[in-house]
Design a protein around this ligand. Structure first.
Ligand code: NDP
Length: 284
């Protein structure tokens, strides 16, 4: 069997086109969605992500503000900036790019962002709402996975989803969103025993491990849907996922590639959440 390829890039493009139209309607009614991104320090990968978020926002008509601070910015100054943005009527979404320098508490900064503007879905209030099954801002990568499956007409209802990874930004929210979509869910992690036996029972495998090419055909039931969240570099410095694509595609029924799978959906859902927030503020 050769798996169908789930084209995240094409799905992301469609969603962005829908958002662009929605933004035009919001603008015509007097609201321009605004996203503020704050970055501290010089980490090149983080700067690349932030530039990409800025560019993508502008492309669809979101008002974008980026605040770039040196690595020695104090925690107090960052908290003050967040508070300023919480009170800024032109801003509907606030994102503080992680990781932050060691002397700044990420928890304190996330807690300081107004839950109403927390378009990353990291604030404990929004995580709590996800846990109890309420509509809120969901973490962008797992939410992107759910949107991608929805657009491909792949229902999770009654299916066994196995998530490999339990991070707060990917694994846990992916499991909770799958549950919300009526899947039967298993979460695996570094202490899971006989992982292959577990994943071989899965109708859907979501791999968020951070180890290049970790999931192979051996982990999969024939026909399984495989979602590869990983963004890694292999020994040759080439971008690769957590799934060994060439091996897995011979057993899977459908699979996301890296690049061009989950990646493009993440920023798309950040834009989606910003528009959702602007709509909510406009309705007040
Ligand atoms: P983390 O490092 O925070 O979490 C990795 C998880 O994998 C942990 O729960 C860990 O278990 C588990 N794990 C580690 N080794 C094993 C193992 N041998 N077997 C089973 N489970 C294991 O990573 P993230 O969740 O932040 O990211 C995961 C991947 O997704 C990375 O490649 C990252 O680059 C990528 N990513 C991609 C995004 C995108 O937009 N496409 C966005 C965010 C991340 P334990 O908890 O026990 O340590």
């Amino acid at each position: 069997m050769t798996a169908a390829i789930i084209d995240g890039k094409a799905i992301a493009k469609d969603i962005r086109a829908e958002l662009k139209e929605e933004i035009e309607e919001l603008k015509a009614a007097g609201t321009t969605p605004g996203l503020a991104v704050v970055i501290v320090g010089e980490d090149p990968a983080s700067h690349t992500y932030v530039n990409s978020k800025e560019k993508s926002s502008k492309e669809i008509g979101i008002h974008s503000e980026v605040y770039r601070f040196p690595a020695d910015l104090t925690e107090e100054a960052l908290l003050q900036k967040v508070e300023e943005l919480n009170n800024d009527k032109n801003i509907h979404g606030i994102l503080v790019q992680l990781p932050l320098p060691k002397h700044i508490s990420e928890d304190k900064v996330i807690d300081a962002i107004s839950p109403e503007k927390d378009v990353d879905g990291f604030h404990p209030v929004n995580v709590g709402k996800l846990v109890i099954g309420k509509d809120t801002f969901y973490s962008c990568t797992p939410y992107g996975i759910m949107k991608m499956l929805e657009k491909e007409n792949i229902s999770l209802e009654g299916r066994h989803v196995v998530v490999i990874g339990r991070s707060n930004i990917v694994g846990k929210p992916a499991a909770l969103l799958s549950l919300m979509n009526n899947a039967t869910v298993t979460i695996c992690h570094s202490r899971t025993k006989n992982l292959k036996e577990v994943t071989r029972q899965a109708d859907v495998v979501i791999a968020a491990v951070g180890i290049p090419n970790y999931v192979t055909a051996d982990h999969l039931k024939p026909g399984a849907i495989v979602i590869d969240v990983g963004i890694n570099r292999n020994e040759d410095g080439k971008l690769c996922g957590d799934v060994d694509f060439n091996s897995a595609k011979e057993t899977a029924g459908a699979i996301t590639p890296v690049p061009g799978g989950v990646g493009p959906m993440t920023i798309t859902m950040l834009l989606y959440n910003t528009v959702k927030s602007a709509r909510a503020f406009a309705a007040k």
